[in-house]
Design a binder for this molecule. Structure first.
Ligand code: PNW
Length: 461
């Protein structure tokens, strides 16, 4: 064991269209559900929206320069559906201006030796499709429109992009968008999010089928999905809490990963949700099973799990960061849902490899340090907590690969830039680069330097 990551290990950064691009009406773009949602009073913590964000629709050259100087091998970004097909549907017009623009940008990445990895859907559904037929709630329509959009991207970008991610975090799309309503389109329901999750899986699977049958033979790439999961540790050794941790993972991850990698829903989810969990038709499940070439994982934290509570969405379990002895699991981030706990990351990687037997890409991992919303830039760039987070998580990654033999193929830090952090607006900053949203000036933080040094030292040449 050399103690290093293999020479073909890919590392870099991740972003998403609505969080960085701005320019909501440029070159024929029409609104997505996130434009509508963020412009609805009361939905975003600081009353902001993505109208400007990092202005990356214009400043992509600066983004590429930041990536290049960081030494990144890969960049994960997402396409804005309502730029490429402004009204979104299979009979609607394809927007040549947006395609040309994205191609310039991708060509710049490739010329600079940065491998592009494209996410098709990072939450910005064309508003027209939501209004026309209910968006993700309408399986017959959305599956066909999503597959048409996916095909359009494969056709126009597949000579340059060889790595595709269909969906980013279907758990967030369904549960936060249609269950708790804190994300667009803001529906609160205990039935809708099960339907949406099911439709996301089916749409994903038919897009993968189209890629494999119509594009992969000539383009030769790979395609998969990104799921999000924290490691879930039993609060203590009691049998109820051990079972609760397993149930928590089934409700967060298994409900998506099991159909894709095993071909069926977890029994415990079926049992608890009953008829509200839509069944797959025989044809659907045949397409869903084995529909991801890899395991795309977004992960930020570890949670301690206790049995009980009546929060059905999470499988009637309770989460805490406080251990039985009263101590905290790790360092608290700016956001309540995140504490740093590197050993949990290592355990999660081992669990995923044992359970699903697929090579893993960590498509997001990162930390929002406290106070970056109010501190002056010269203090924000000394982001010690984020540096410590990345020290711990890269070390856990290295051990999982070199000591445990988990085939992790890539690692993407979230995020290259401070950006529009969804319902938190600009109050929460995940970037390794500070963005002054008044001037759009970018200043790299110490964590950018940390990763710039760490990977060359720990990847074989
Ligand atoms: C992910 N949670 O979202 C997304 O993929 C990114 O777009 C986002 O900026 C990043 O993580 C940081 O939040 C999440 O509440 C949103 O547990 C919310 C949660 C987790 C991930």
């Amino acid at each position: 064991m050399s103690g290093k990551l293999p020479s073909d290990f890919l590392w870099g950064y991740a972003t998403a269209s609505y969080q960085i691009e701005g320019s909501p009406t440029a070159d024929g773009r029409l609104p997505s559900i996130w434009d509508t949602f963020s412009h609805t009073p009361g939905k975003i913590k600081d009353g902001s929206n993505g109208d400007v964000a990092c202005d990356s629709w214009h400043r992509w050259g600066e983004d590429v320069a930041l990536l290049k100087f960081s030494g990144a091998k890969v960049y994960r970004f997402s396409f804005s559906w309502s730029r490429i097909i402004p009204e979104g549907g299979r009979d609607d017009l394809i927007n040549a201006d947006a395609i040309e623009h994205y191609r310039y940008f991708i060509e710049a990445l490739v010329k600079n030796g940065i491998k592009p990895i494209a996410t098709l859907y990072h939450w910005d559904l064309p508003q027209t499709l939501h209004d026309r037929y209910g968006g993700w709630l309408n399986k017959e329509e959305i599956v066909q429109d999503y597959v048409n959009y996916a095909r359009t991207c494969f056709r126009y970008f597949g000579d340059l992009v060889k790595d595709w991610i269909t969906h980013n975090e279907p758990w967030c799309v369904s549960v936060l968008g249609y269950g708790t309503g804190v994300f667009a389109p803001g529906h609160k329901s205990d039935t809708e999010h099960w339907i949406v999750a099911h439709n996301l899986l089916v749409a994903h699977a038919y897009a993968v089928k189209a890629y494999r049958e119509e594009f992969k033979p000539s383009q030769g790439g790979q395609i998969g999905i990104t799921l999000d999961c924290s490691w879930q540790m039993p609060y203590d050794n009691s049998p109820e809490n051990v079972a609760a941790a397993q149930r928590g993972i089934a409700f967060k991850l298994g409900r998506f990963a099991d159909p894709i990698y095993k071909g069926y829903y977890p029994a415990i989810v079926k049992e608890m949700i009953g008829d509200r969990l839509p069944d797959f038709t025989e044809e659907e499940i045949a397409v869903v099973k084995d529909s991801s070439d890899f395991f795309g994982l977004n992960t930020y934290t570890t949670q301690l799990v206790q049995d009980g509570g009546d929060n059905e969405i999470q499988g009637n379990v309770k989460y805490t960061f406080t251990r039985p002895d009263g101590t905290q699991l790790g360092k608290q981030a700016h956001v309540p849902w995140l504490q740093s706990y590197p050993p949990g990351f290592r355990s999660l990687l081992n669990y995923l490899w044992e359970t699903y037997k697929k090579p893993i890409y960590v498509t997001e991992n990162g930390f929002a340090a406290k106070g970056e919303n109010v501190l002056p830039v010269d203090q924000v760039v000394k982001d010690t907590d984020r540096v410590e987070y990345f020290q711990g998580y890269t070390d856990a990654l290295l051990r999982a690969v070199t000591e445990d033999g988990v085939p992790v193929k890539g690692y993407f830090a979230w995020s290259l830039l401070d950006n529009f952090e969804w319902a938190d607006g600009y109050d929460t900053r995940f970037g390794v680069t500070y963005v002054d949203f008044k001037t759009q000036r970018r200043t790299t933080k110490e964590s950018y330097q940390f990763l710039r040094n760490w990977f060359p030292e720990h990847v074989e040449t």
